[in-house]
Write a protein that binds this ligand. Structure first.
Ligand SMILES: [Zn+2]
Length: 266
């Protein structure tokens, strides 16, 4: 019987920013359980949600009113003005936050967004979460603070690269979790029973895990993108009590949790 839930980035974003019906559904799933998260997920949250807020702010500064800024968000050519790529995932996050901001008065919209970027994002992230955050990776890949310049904010930089891993402890992480690394490297994708699975994604995870297992460096994209879901699953096993991973990204998390012997929700 699980007593806790370890929240993945997708759930962390959805519980505050998705449609009301989805927020309510997630709230019910989290109720009565201890909630955990990690420094690593916080980095991912900054690289995704916080950076999307920053891009929206920059578009709002350029186009002046929110409905226009939201409309312009859907044009990829505006990426330069926004300060970062307006990919479909970024556009969706911007629209989610934009819908909430539209409900505020015109005068308050920009200052609310500024407040979100400066501090409120973290308040949302930590809401209901037990502290201190779990930290098994020491990968501080989006560790900088939003920096405001003349034309807007600088997006948070992804600082963990293969060439400059800074103090990233992901090497130590995989040494400590050799068993799970081998499971990922040797997985038989066709024998995974989960009805939801992304075979292409699993193939990438398998080959990247194999490279690390054979001694190649785990830093850079391997610790910030390709193996991030697997890292999150493994971090969840360090909650102080038996916990499941909660991610609305079921297609990615269900097969990985099955493979690693971890419970996944919903
Ligand atoms: Zn790293």
């Amino acid at each position: 019987m699980i007593k806790g839930l370890f929240l993945d980035t997708a759930t962390q974003i959805a519980r505050h920013w998705h449609a009301d019906s989805e927020k309510e559904e997630i709230k019910q799933q989290l109720e009565g359980l201890n909630l955990y998260c990690s420094e690593y997920v916080k980095c991912q949250y900054k690289a995704t949600l916080l950076n999307s807020l920053i891009l929206l702010y920059n578009l709002l500064s350029k186009f002046h009113d929110l409905p226009t800024a939201l409309r312009e968000t859907s044009r990829y050519e505006n990426s330069k003005i926004a300060g970062g790529k307006l990919s479909p995932a970024v556009q969706k996050r911007i629209r989610d936050v934009g819908l909430w901001l539209l409900q505020q008065s015109f005068e308050e919209q920009k200052s609310y967004l500024e407040d979100l970027i400066e501090q409120a994002w973290e308040t949302f992230f930590l809401e209901g979460i037990k502290e201190p955050l779990i930290n098994q990776t020491n990968c501080l890949y989006a560790n900088s603070q939003p920096n405001k310049g003349i034309r807007g904010y600088e997006p948070i930089k992804i600082t963990c690269t293969k060439a400059t891993p800074h103090d990233c402890g992901i090497n130590e992480f995989w040494k400590n979790h050799r068993v799970q690394l081998e499971i990922l490297a040797n997985m038989n994708i066709s024998s995974i029973q989960s009805d939801l699975k992304d075979e292409k994604e699993l193939t990438t995870i398998k080959s990247e895990a194999s490279l690390i297992a054979s001694g190649q460096p785990p830093h850079g994209e391997r610790c910030t993108v390709t193996l991030s879901d697997a890292i999150i699953c493994i971090e969840s096993t360090h909650c102080p009590e038996t916990s499941a991973v909660h991610s609305i990204n079921k297609k990615h998390f269900r097969p990985l949790c099955e493979l690693l012997g971890i419970e996944s929700k919903p």
